[in-house]
Design a protein around this ligand. Structure first.
Ligand SMILES: Cc1cc2nc3c(=O)[nH]c(=O)nc-3n(C[C@H](O)[C@H](O)[C@H](O)COP(=O)(O)OP(=O)(O)OC[C@H]3O[C@@H](n4cnc5c(N)ncnc54)[C@H](O)[C@@H]3O)c2cc1C
Length: 415
């Protein structure tokens, strides 16, 4: 069984096959799993990259039927049932596609060239380094502040945009204010731009209101009903003619299936997700399962399941169970999603939680629930301990420890 992708869906599939009489080979371009829900904390200097990533071989050290291959999948030969990669080809009997999603820039001019994104650990480190570099530039020459060097524009008012905006104002208001005490940090700005008339589209009115009011009270310039027309290295142009001078543009507005979906040339829906039947298989290849963000699983009302971690995990478990049923000569069963609710944090003591059966809460209680859930679901005991200690330290001191500008393109790297 070959699994493409070491994200939530791929890991869940591999784990659930632990006792199955099969050989499992996981293929990923990275040798580690990334806990994406905490990427924004790496980008805003709250956590180190190592806190939220874990080496795949380490995760499966004790699983005897498991092996790993670091490779980028870029095609398939359906005739010989072989995946094509940037290394040797990988033959399979059963294929599980769990390659996740990437960012969709909607072809807005300048975004691909000048925007920063938040999907991978490298994205998070690049964003952190870019923002901190703007502060160093401004310290050396305050005139660049007038050109927007200390303005961060975040496009997309979903959970990622809201979490990032809340965390950036905290970083600017505390740690960076102390670091750059002789400089003009109070002129740093965070602007959150959202095309619809509300934030947190996936949540109800109370949660949306809480997020909006909290961000505004903490100094975020929230612009709803604003559409980005084009972007330059130093400015963001809105469709209504407004120009925001900005040294940083974070694009958190669109999601598209991983290019693996195109490479496999399987039927896709509008945003590139591979169309699956109710058993998570593709119509043309009954030994191919597609799970997580890259799968287009339609509910009875015609809507697609959201691209969130609980869906990925449940689909991974389901695919593993169907693989075992197929080996035992039993027919595949349909997948049923069990709704687990949603949550997002807005910053210190502020979060929104919506659980099944109409349970809703906002504020400190929701924030505590968010902290506990993310700690518990984080991969690996060591990561949990280090994240807990970092959070406790950040909470008690208002400090944010990971303020290093690290960039592999720095000219002075020793290689
Ligand atoms: C910033 C951010 C915040 C989020 N916050 C939340 C949250 O709070 N709650 C929530 O439920 N969900 C959240 N999500 C969504 C959640 O992370 C995803 O739904 C989940 O990661 C999907 O799991 P997956 O296994 O399908 O894909 P992923 O976790 O994306 O894993 C895909 C894997 O495939 C690998 N891969 C991709 N292409 C190739 C290739 N060509 N060759 C080899 N390997 C490849 C990647 O390296 C990656 O390891 C967030 C996502 C982001 C980006």
């Amino acid at each position: 069984v070959v699994i493409v992708g070491a994200g939530f869906a791929g890991l869940a599939t591999a784990r659930a096959l632990e006792r199955a009489p099969v050989d499992v080979l996981m293929v990923d371009r990275a040798n580690y799993h990334t806990f994406q829900p905490l990427l924004y904390q790496v980008a805003t200097a709250g956590l180190d990259a190592e806190n939220i990533g874990r080496a795949v071989r380490g995760i499966f050290q004790k699983q005897s039927n498991f092996d790993f291959r670091q490779a980028e999948v870029d095609g398939v030969d359906w005739g010989t049932r072989t995946l094509l990669t940037d290394g040797p080809p990988v033959p399979f009997d059963v294929l599980v596609v769990a390659a996740g999603a990437t960012t969709d820039t909607f072809d807005v001019e300048g975004v691909a060239e000048h925007g920063l994104f938040l999907k991978t650990l490298w994205d998070a480190l690049a964003l952190r380094s870019h923002v901190l570099r703007q502060f160093e530039r401004a310290a050396a020459d305050p005139r660049v502040i007038d050109e927007g060097a200390l303005t961060v524009v975040i496009v997309g008012g979903g959970a990622t945009g809201v979490e990032l905006a809340g965390a950036f104002v905290e970083l600017f208001g505390h740690a960076l204010t102390k670091d750059f005490r002789h400089h003009e940090v109070p002129r740093a700005k965070v602007v959150l731009v959202e095309a619809t008339d509300h934030l947190l589209d996936a949540f109800g009115p109370a949660a949306r209101h809480h997020a909006l009011r909290t961000l505004q009270a903490r100094g975020v310039d929230v612009r709803v009903g604003a559409v980005v027309d084009r972007v330059t290295p130093t400015s963001v142009h809105l469709r209504d003619g407004t120009v925001i001078p900005a040294g940083t543009l974070v694009w958190a507005a669109g999601v598209r299936a991983s290019p693996v979906a195109d490479a496999l040339a399987l039927p896709q829906e509008r945003t590139g997700r591979i169309v699956v039947d109710d058993t998570l298989r593709v119509a043309a290849h009954r030994d191919v399962y597609v799970v997580g963000d890259i799968a287009a699983f339609r509910l009875k009302d015609g809507s697609l399941l959201p691209q969130v971690a609980p869906v990925a995990v449940q689909q991974g478990h389901h695919a593993a169970a169907q693989i075992q049923r197929a080996f035992a000569g039993q027919p595949a069963r349909p997948f049923r999603y069990r709704e687990r609710g949603s949550m997002a944090t807005v910053g210190r003591h502020a979060a929104v939680v919506e659980l099944p059966f109409g349970v809703r809460c906002t504020g400190s209680v929701a924030w505590l629930m968010w902290l506990i859930l993310h700690l518990v679901t984080l991969m690996g005991f060591r990561n949990r301990v280090s994240v807990f200690l970092s959070w406790a330290w950040n909470y008690a001191t208002f400090d944010r420890g990971s303020r290093l500008i690290v960039d592999p393109s720095e000219p002075w790297t020793s290689s």
